[in-house]
Design a protein around this ligand. Sequence first.
Ligand SMILES: Cc1ncc(COP(=O)(O)O)c(C=O)c1O
Length: 455
Amino acid sequence: MKISVETIEEKYVLMTPGSQKLAAEAMQVFPSGITHDSRFQRPYGLYIDRAKGTRKWDVDGNEYIDYFGGHGSHILGHGNAAVVEAVQQAILRGTQFGGNSADEVEYGQLVLELVPCAERVRFTMSGTESTHLALRLARAYTGRSKTIRFLAHFHGWHDAVASGYSSHFDGSAVRGVPQACAEDTILLPPGDIDAVEQALSESGDVAAIILEPTGTHFGMVPFEPDFLSKLRQLTEEKGVVLIFDEVITGFRIAPGGAQEALNILPDMSTHAKIIAGGLPGGAVCGKKEIMDTLDFQVMEEKGEEKVQHNGTFNANLVSARAGIAILKQIRDTDACQRANSYGAKLRAAMNEVLVAHKMPWAVYGSYSGFFVFTNPTGLNISPLDFDPLDYDYTVLKTSRLGYAQQLVLALITQGVHIAGFPGGWVSSVHSDADMRDTIAGFDRALGLLKHQQDW
Ligand SMILES: Cc1ncc(COP(=O)(O)O)c(C=O)c1O
């Protein structure tokens, strides 16, 4: 009897009939059937029912080891007991009081205690809102209008940060964004300090430089070790506000984020995800004199217009209590260190699997992140001595194009869920058992891919 061997996609479809049905219904409700662009997946994405710790279950009852980690929000894993309890207690007291709360003061004090550059903080409801506000404050503070950003760095989806992330690398406006907005952005190759120096000497109108401090997407395209210190020096000399976008790195790579881990003090930093305990929320932190542009009294005394910032749910009780619950654990335990150490072990173990399969790919990254470089152009690389610093973003960002989609699906069929870059975030509660199951799943997934591609 002939044993039928399904393709990876067929296997996926066979095990996820519930997701397939929901995806068909969703197509009649949402554009592309999804609620976040990054969830676009062919033939359709997974529908998740619940999650706990490092695991999650889809609507068909399949169990996955999760490396999507709530897009980087769940450093302590899903459903952390203290966060769940804090949320349950908060919801009984209310959500939005139309007034101040003692809780928001405690929340803000914790942020000031943990984030080195934070002399003041203003809460927002997302990372996008945080970078939007930080750039506005920097423009108000300096009286200048332009922003320097680095190609492929992600800062959310508002107009000022839209081009040059996944498209429009020439700086032209993405569809729906006014050209004038794009013109106020100077896009530079990531990590190119000479380009920064030149841009700053050509334009005296640069208010801020914003960047992901460990490189594009949490280090997919890392920086040379001395880049940040040079950038700090240059921005100080030119009076340009340096903003670390710590939406991912904050409270993750160290309790005080990249500014603590790399020992470089930005003027401002932007936060979301972990800061609100994996619930909606965010924050802008910074030097008092910059944050003072929001202050009614200070601006009145200076005879200047204050910067506007509203937001119905800023520091709402539920997000604030969840944030307090998570930040205390980040402060008082070795959670960041545990996640970082699992990340390093995972990258090494995955590379051993690549070696065993004689695959010219590489798993790399830093801290609690990993990326699978799927080498779509067939570079002559080997997993164990791959150094991402040898390649620029045009090479490292192509991984998504290669076998990424197939790898993500193949891993799903083996009980492992990663993000589509392809790669993921690990948490402080990923265990030896998770490592063992992940490595076994990765091994089988590569077997499926090799069989399918006839490598
Ligand atoms: C570095 C960075 N900045 C900003 C954002 C936007 O955050 P949000 O999705 O909360 O708007 C993200 C989201 O992933 C991010 O990774």
